[in-house]
Design a protein around this ligand. Structure first.
Ligand SMILES: O=c1ccn([C@@H]2O[C@H](COP(=O)(O)OP(=O)(O)O[C@H]3O[C@H](CO)[C@@H](O)[C@H](O)[C@H]3O)[C@@H](O)[C@H]2O)c(=O)[nH]1
Length: 480
């Protein structure tokens, strides 16, 4: 009698851009794929980030619940003590293209994974991943963890150049933009992705964004961290170029079924932490002592930086507003240390009013009843996390998609105030007071409405769940 060899399960290789936001989203997706039961998953992290994840999170024990899951690492080409800060992002990009790219190619073509890879899910910015996957004949799906509204403006960069709208002629940043379909009524020059402010169209970041837009439509599909009801018009524009979209978000809110072992061995937790920095939980104890909606949370995410002068303006604005604050001052996030003395004086004078940490458990913070507002850099993950917890925002975007996101927050979704291109203590004071005392309720109402749609999209039969199920089915069908 002939023995049938059981078919091997589909095996997805997940390859994030080695940055906090993308890693967090893709780990969540990895977990959801593992839960589907019959898909093997390998998560390809850079060695540097993997070491940090192991150091600061319980990711290893969390994923030990899934026997079909593996971590694998690859070099990012930089020495371990390199700061990998935003002002040195060029080094990271160079390392990715000159070292990670050939290593990835070697890994995929020589079969260095313990099971054959049947599908690659890579970050949209890793443009080389599609060429490699095509060469070795493995289907690839891209995942753009930036906002869909930001991504749509990336897709329109060539159109903006052809229409003469970029590089900007003259210095009026309030001039309206006409070459981004669907955004003609509210988009100004200052709301375009930060790289559009360049006068040199050969700038590596604008070239990277344009390269991304050439590659993404050639892939098998595009995963987005949003839900249909939030981004319907933008998604319909994106579908004209990438017909196979999977809007599966907001990813951080998807329920993960816990195994019994996990439930028994860990106290109930709101969110799984996938931080690349040590979370300082003392801020939660501090928040527990503050009145309802009395605190503004300030964080500029994992990449944005500010100068000492800007920090001083923020501090004065905050203190003058009289609002209690929880401020994340991430290591390596300040440019120029010459005003350090002034900061220490300010700190001393205001320590009764605020709590300062170097990295916070952000999802837990935003869910805390004492939080009444969020002064944010408008990274896409922070925006979704704030929206889902009903926390209105003052937006101070730093770069890439954040300039578009903050415009959508204020003009389209009406859930916050856009403070881009301003860093003046008087304006900061006014915006914080407006957010906390005047407009907060109105913004919270819009957010209630949007987060209700989000929860529906994540329930049985909801759009994000259906899109996730379709993604899982498509991955199963790619089995070789
Ligand atoms: O003290 C902190 C600060 C942040 N976070 C988390 O870090 C993530 C930060 O992500 P995001 O808000 O998207 O900001 P960036 O880290 O700046 O993200 C990059 O990647 C995003 C897409 O993934 C883009 O939208 C951004 O523009 C880009 O800068 C969020 O999940 C936060 O919850 C913490 O846990 N603790």
């Amino acid at each position: 009698m002939e023995h049938q060899i059981p078919p091997s399960p589909p095996h997805v290789l997940i390859f994030p851009l080695p940055l906090q936001g993308p890693i967090k989203c893709m780990l969540k997706l990895a977990e959801l794929l593992c839960i589907s039961g019959d898909i093997d998953v390998t998560f390809l992290n850079t060695q540097h980030n993997h070491r940090r994840l192991l150091q600061y999170t319980a990711v290893e024990s969390r994923f030990s619940a899934y026997p079909q899951f593996r971590f694998q690492t690859v070099s990012d080409g930089l020495p371990d003590d390199h700061p990998r800060s935003t002002d040195r992002l060029g080094d990271l990009l160079k390392g990715l293209w000159t070292v990670t790219h050939p290593n990835f190619k070697e890994m995929l073509s020589s079969g260095s994974f313990d099971r054959p890879v049947t599908c690659v899910i890579a970050d949209g910015a890793l443009t080389f991943a599609l060429d490699v996957a095509e060469e070795v004949g493995i289907p690839l799906i891209y995942f753009e963890t930036i906002s869909p509204c930001g991504l749509w403006t990336y897709f329109c960069v060539q159109k903006l150049i052809d229409a003469g709208e970029i590089p900007f002629q003259g210095d009026d940043l309030d001039a309206p933009i006409q070459s981004v379909p669907g955004m003609e009524d509210f988009l100004r020059r200052r709301d375009l992705p930060s790289f559009c402010r360049t006068t040199d169209l050969n700038d590596p970041i604008i070239q990277l964004a344009m390269g991304e837009c050439r590659q993404v439509p050639r892939s098998r599909g595009l995963i987005l961290n949003t839900f249909e009801e939030l981004d319907r018009p933008v998604l319909s524009h994106l579908r004209s170029l990438c017909p196979n979209l999977y809007p599966v978000g907001p990813l951080h809110t998807h329920l993960v079924k816990k195994t019994r072992l996990e439930i028994e061995s860990t106290p109930p937790q709101r969110a799984s932490s996938d931080s690349l920095w040590q979370e300082d939980k003392s801020c939660i104890t501090w928040l527990d002592k503050q009145p309802l909606r009395s605190v503004i949370y300030i964080s500029i995410g994992s990449l944005a930086m500010m100068t000492m002068e800007q920090l001083v303006e923020f501090w004065h604005g905050l203190v003058n507003s009289g609002v209690q604050f929880l401020w994340v001052r991430r290591p390596n996030s300040i440019v120029g240390e010459d005003l350090a003395g002034q900061i220490e004086e300010l700190l001393e004078a205001t320590k009764e009013r605020g709590c300062l940490v170097s990295w916070a458990p952000q999802e837990e913070v935003l869910a805390h009843p004492a939080i009444g507002g969020f002064l944010t850099h408008s990274g896409w993950n922070s925006t979704l996390e704030s929206l889902m917890e009903g926390v209105p925002m003052v937006c101070w975007p730093y770069f890439v998609d954040q300039h578009v996101n903050s415009r959508f927050v204020s003009e389209v979704w009406k859930i916050g105030i856009d403070m881009k291109d301003t860093c003046d203590r008087v304006v900061i004071e006014k915006m914080i007071k407006d957010l906390m005392d005047v407009k907060g309720d109105e913004f919270r109402q819009s957010m209630d409405w949007l987060s209700k749609f989000a929860r529906e999209s994540l329930s049985v039969g909801g759009s994000s769940v259906c899109n996730l199920n379709r993604l899982i089915e498509d991955i199963r069908a790619m089995k070789v």
